[in-house]
Write a protein that binds this ligand. Structure first.
Ligand code: GDP
Length: 445
C-alpha cells in the first residue's frame, strides 16, 4: 500500500511564504500555517512535517524521502533527515532526489545529497529517469502481505470493529462511551480527531474486540478541488480501517442527510466482504419522536444505502451514552454470522427447494440451468459455490433470488455473502475438482 502524504506545510499561492525554499502548494491560509506549525511543535516534529505525514511514516515499512535535486540541500531537508534517523532508524529510508533528468547535471545534483546521510537515488518523476530502480529499491526486502486463510478457525484472533463515518457524526464520542475513558479528543470542531486509534474492549461474551476509531471523511470532490492532502489521507485511512476490520460500524448523524460519501463507504464495505452495523447517532437531536420514527428513518436508510439492506440499524445517543453498547452487541452478532458454517446437507436442502420453487429460466434454444450441488467454501464472508451445468444459464436476477432465499432461510444478518457459480462438465460433475478452464462467475451481494 502506497500512501502519498502532504508532507510539508502549505500556504496559499498568493501568500507564497516558503518554508526554507520548499515548494508551496495549497492550504488554508496564514492562520492554518501557524496552527500547523504549532501542532507540529507540540507533537515534537520538525516544523515542516505535517502530523499526517508523521502518522503515515509511523505505519510504513519503507519511507521514500523526496527532495528537490534542482534546489539542492536545504536546512529543512537536513532537519527531516535527522528526524528520520533519530525516530525511524528501524525503517528503510530511501532518499529520492527528484528532478535529476538532466543527462549532464543529474548525477552531480543527486550526489550532493550524500550529506544527508542516506544514499541518494537520482530520479525524475517528469521523465521517468531512475524510477524503475527506485521501485526495485522499494520492493527489495518487502514481504508480500499474507492473505488471511479465511477457512482457518483461530480461537486466538481478536475480531476488529472499525468505527467509520463522516466528520462530526460522533465516532470518537461512541468510542469513548464504549471504552469508558477519554481515549481520543472530542471537540465540536470538525476534523479534530484525525488519527485512527485502536483500543480493546471485552464484550459481554468475554471475547476481546479491537475497536478501530478512524478519521472522518470529507467528500472526495472537496479533496479533488484542492482540499488538503490531510483529508485525502483520511479517506485512505478509512478505507484501510475497513480492510483491517471484521465488522464496520458505519455512523450516520440522525439529523444530517445520508450522502454519496456514506454510499461510497457502504460500497467499499460490501466489496471488502465486511460485516456492517449502521449506527444512527445523535438520536437525541431528532425532534418529536414517536414509535414510528425509527420505522420512517429505517425506510430512508434502506432507500439510500441499498447495498446494505442486510445490515442491522442501531439508534444511539453517544453524548449521554444511550444505547451505545448496542453497537457492540450487534457487531458481536454480525461477527458470529460472518463466521458461520452451514452443513452441506442443510445448504443443499435450502438451495434445491429454492430451485424447485422457482427454476432458472430456459434459454430460447430450450437449455436449462441445472444445479448439481452447492457447498460453503469459506467464511468471513460466507462464500458458497454452486456447481452447475453452465454458469451463464443462471442470470443475475436468478442469482439475487438465490441469495434472498439463502438469507431468508438461513440468516447471515449483517454480513455480505458471496455466491460463486461454477460450470461443470457432465463427465466430472461428481468430482469435486474441476479444470482451471471452467467458467467462474461471481455475484457479490
Ligand atoms: P467524529 O468527528 O465523528 O469523531 O465526532 P465527535 O465524536 O468528535 O463528535 C462531534 C460533535 O458531536 C461533538 O461536539 C460531540 O459532543 C457531538 N456529539 C457526538 N455524539 C452526539 C450525540 O449522540 N448527540 C449529540 N447531541 N451530540 C453528539
Amino acid at each position: 500500500m502506497l500512501v502519498d502524504t502532504g508532507g510539508l506545510l502549505s500556504v496559499p499561492k498568493s501568500g507564497n511564504v516558503g518554508v526554507d525554499g520548499i515548494a508551496i502548494t495549497r492550504g488554508g491560509g496564514q492562520d492554518a500555517l501557524s496552527a500547523a506549525v504549532k501542532e507540529a511543535h507540540m507533537a515534537g516534529l520538525p516544523a515542516m512535517i505535517e502530523r499526517q505525514a508523521a502518522v503515515a511514516i509511523e505505519d510504513a515499512k519503507t519511507v521514500i524521502f523526496v527532495v528537490d535535486g534542482q534546489a539542492g540541500v536545504t536546512s529543512a531537508d537536513k532537519d527531516i533527515a535527522n528526524w528520520l534517523r533519530k525516530n525511524h532508524s528501524n525503517k528503510k529510508i530511501i532518499l529520492a532526489v527528484n528532478k535529476c533528468e538532466s543527462p549532464t547535471k543529474g548525477f552531480q545534483q543527486a550526489i550532493e545529497f550524500w550529506s544527508l546521510g542516506f544514499e541518494p537515488m537520482g530520479v525524475s518523476a517528469i521523465s521517468g529517469t531512475g524510477t524503475g530502480d527506485l521501485l526495485d529499491a522499494v520492493c527489495l526486502g518487502l514481504e508480500s502481505s499474507k492473505v488471511e486463510d479465511v477457512s482457518s478457525e483461530d480461537d486466538t484472533r481478536v475480531p476488529s470493529i472499525a468505527i467509520i463515518g463522516k466528520p462530526n457524526v460522533g465516532k470518537s464520542s461512541i468510542l469513548n462511551a464504549l471504552v469508558g475513558e477519554e481515549r481520543s479528543i472530542v471537540s465540536p470542531v470538525s476534523g479534530t480527531t484525525r488519527d485512527a486509534i485502536d483500543s480493546e474492549v471485552t464484550g459481554p461474551d468475554g471475547q476481546v474486540y479491537r475497536l478501530i476509531d478512524t478519521a472522518g471523511i470529507r467528500r472526495r470532490t472537496a479533496v479533488a478541488a484542492g482540499g488538503s492532502k490531510t483529508e485525502e489521507l483520511s479517506v485512505n485511512r478509512a478505507f484501510r480501517a475497513i480492510r483491517r476490520a471484521d465488522v464496520v460500524a458505519l455512523v450516520i448523524d440522525a439529523m444530517a442527510c445520508i450522502t454519496e460519501q456514506d454510499w461510497k463507504l457502504s460500497e467499499r464495505i460490501v466489496k471488502e466482504g465486511k460485516g456492517c452495523v449502521i449506527v444512527v447517532n445523535k438520536w437525541d437531536t431528532v425532534p418529536d419522536k414517536d414509535h414510528k420514527s425509527t420505522v420512517h428513518y429505517e425506510q430512508d436508510v434502506r432507500e439510500k444505502l441499498r447495498g446494505l439492506e442486510w445490515a442491522p440499524i442501531v439508534y444511539t445517543s453517544a453524548i449521554d451514552g444511550k444505547r451505545v453498547t448496542k453497537i457492540l452487541d450487534a457487531a458481536i452478532e454480525v461477527e458470529k454470522e460472518r463466521s458461520r458454517r452451514l452443513t452441506t446437507a442443510i445448504l443443499n436442502q435450502v438451495v434445491h427447494e429454492a430451485m424447485a420453487l422457482n427454476p432458472p429460466p430456459r434459454t430460447r434454444g430450450g437449455k436449462k440451468g441445472r444445479l448439481y450441488y452447492c457447498t460453503q467454501a469459506a467464511v468471513r464472508p460466507p462464500t458458497f459455490v454452486f456447481f452447475v451445468n453452465e454458469a451463464q444459464l443462471f442470470p443475475d436476477v436468478y442469482r439475487r433470488y438465490m441469495e434472498k432465499q439463502l438469507r431468508s432461510n438461513v440468516g447471515y444478518r449483517g454480513t455480505p455473502i458471496r455466491l460463486l457459480w461454477r460450470s461443470k462438465k457432465k463427465s466430472d460433475k461428481d468430482s469435486k475438482e474441476s479444470s482451471s478452464k471452467e467458467a467462474l462467475a461471481e455475484t457479490s451481494v
